[in-house]
Ligand binder design. Structure first.
Ligand code: GUN
Ligand code: FE
Length: 454
């Protein structure tokens, strides 16, 4: 089978901070869903290649106000919290978990309920441009497997985690693993069953080892899950140093920071995804860097639960892997474009400061801001690098996970002024103002998974 071609203008940020506009290029997609070639219009062979593909019916030509973007990576999202999106954000994290979230998650003992919620969630995320999602599910085997199956059915790239939580003091009777031994045995079974859903070298859906966070897990469980990670090579995700309460709880129980405890138990590994990490120390950042682990920055959720702004610039300057997490439903938006905007606002607010009664020089943390290009990189290539997945940019060998942005849809908030806007300006306008209505097609692994156009 000959490769399919898309011809049009694409934006991507292959390196942090640098946006590249690929103007009227040909992107060739092979049968495995990977990009085989990018041909620029001044390259020899461009016209012949395009004409041949058009003749064979293998060419898709984008219109004037249409642009390709890499699909978004959501590095941290709680699938079962979808019905709670946009509510219940009136209390601190430790109350929110016990009052709202654990009771909601307990309902996923009912697989039919899980299927209903997860089917809708995956559709909504794809329509919002999330082509890779790193999910927390619940403690339930069948419901968590259902999420993996639904991602496969609907064609979303995903890491799916059955949540482990066994601490009898921190987890309610109706929503915890029976004991550490059961939790570990079930984690192994879950890994085996998710891996059995796909064949081939690069499965679309993979399991991820998911201790909820240190306060809800016993040391016995954490240690055993570290061993499972080493044995299976599965990635790991957890919450890390999210709030004052959480950081202090771990310090009081373990005498160490979250990062140090995770490292001790073998859970701080290559591509371990640490959600939040707002209160990490300098030494923690060194540990994270050396382990080649990553941070899922969740700026919207942090407004409600963290009480502080993640030192994003410091983490990036130390070459730590970082991507964006929606943290649904601690974050009340499923959109990773919103995540970019919140990351920009949070970083700028950190730089400017918050208390106008202080002198400008004393108000914020210097050199904290990030650029639009950096925010977009976090949401795409940065997330891909964090996971070690070949997604998030348009280069040969990478997966064709992509979005078609159309500025001419009736509901568009993005207006292009051809006499005033460079291509770079159009890119910034998309990142700052495009909505779901502008995302008219979503592809994952070369497959069209949503379309609002005929
Ligand atoms: N820490 C432990 N569980 C959770 C959760 O569900 N959401 C957030 N934001 N933090 C957590
Ligand atoms: Fe979370």
């Amino acid at each position: 089978m000959k490769d399919r071609l898309i011809c049009g203008t694409a934006f991507h940020a292959p390196q942090r901070g640098a946006v590249e506009a690929l103007e009227e290029v040909l992107i060739a997609i092979d049968a495995s869903g990977s990009i085989s070639e990018i041909v620029r219009k001044d390259q020899v062979g461009f016209d012949e290649m395009k004409a041949e593909a058009r003749r064979d019916g293998r060419l898709m030509q984008l219109a004037d106000n249409q642009f390709l973007l890499p699909g978004f990576v959501d590095l941290h999202i709680h699938a079962p919290q979808w019905p709670q999106l946009g509510k219940a954000l009136d209390v601190p994290l430790e109350v929110w978990l016990q009052k709202y979230t654990f009771p909601l998650e307990a309902r996923y003992a009912d697989v039919d309920f899980a299927r209903e919620v997860y089917g809708e969630l995956v559709d909504e995320l794809l329509a919002n441009g999330t082509t890779t999602a790193v999910y927390f599910a619940t403690i339930h085997m069948e419901a968590s497997l259902a999420l993996a199956e639904i991602c496969l059915e609907k064609g979303q790239r995903a890491f799916v985690g059955k949540v482990a939580m066994d601490d009898q003091d921190q987890c309610p009777v109706g929503y915890r693993d029976r004991d550490a031994e059961t939790a570990v045995a079930e984690m192994r079974e879950f890994i085996r069953r998710v891996r059995a859903l796909s064949t081939g070298a690069d499965p679309l859906v993979q399991p991820i080892i998911t201790p909820r966070f240190i306060p809800s897990c016993t040391d016995t469980l954490l240690k055993a899950l570290g061993e499972v990670a080493a044995e299976t090579g599965c990635l790991v995700q957890t919450h890390c140093s999210e709030s004052d309460w959480e950081r202090d709880f771990v310090k009081a129980r373990c005498g160490k920071t979250d990062t140090e405890v995770l490292a001790d138990f073998g859970l701080l590994r290559h591509s371990t995804i640490l959600a939040h990490s707002n209160f990490v120390t300098d030494d923690d950042l060194t540990l994270i860097r050396h382990a080649d682990a990553a941070v899922a920055h969740c700026p919207l959720s942090n407004v409600y639960f963290a009480g502080a702004v993640f030192p994003l610039r410091a983490a990036l300057d130390r070459n730590i892997h970082v991507g964006i997490g929606s943290d649904v439903s601690g974050g009340h938006s499923p959109s990773i474009l919103d995540g970019c905007r919140h990351a920009l606002s949070a970083a700028r607010t950190r730089e400017g400061g918050v208390d106008p009664s202080l002198a400008a020089a004393d108000r914020g943390v210097a050199n904290s801001a990030i650029s639009v290009a950096e925010a977009f990189w976090l949401a795409t290539a940065g997330g891909g690098e964090a996971l070690g997945s070949p997604v998030g940019k348009f280069v040969p060998g990478y997966k064709f996970d992509a979005l078609l942005i159309d500025l001419d849809v009736p509901a568009s908030n993005v207006r292009r002024w051809p006499a005033l806007d460079s291509l770079e300006d159009v890119f910034q306008k998309i990142v700052l103002n495009a909505t779901r209505s502008n995302i008219v097609r979503t592809w994952v692994n070369g497959e069209l998974v949503t379309s609002t156009q005929a």
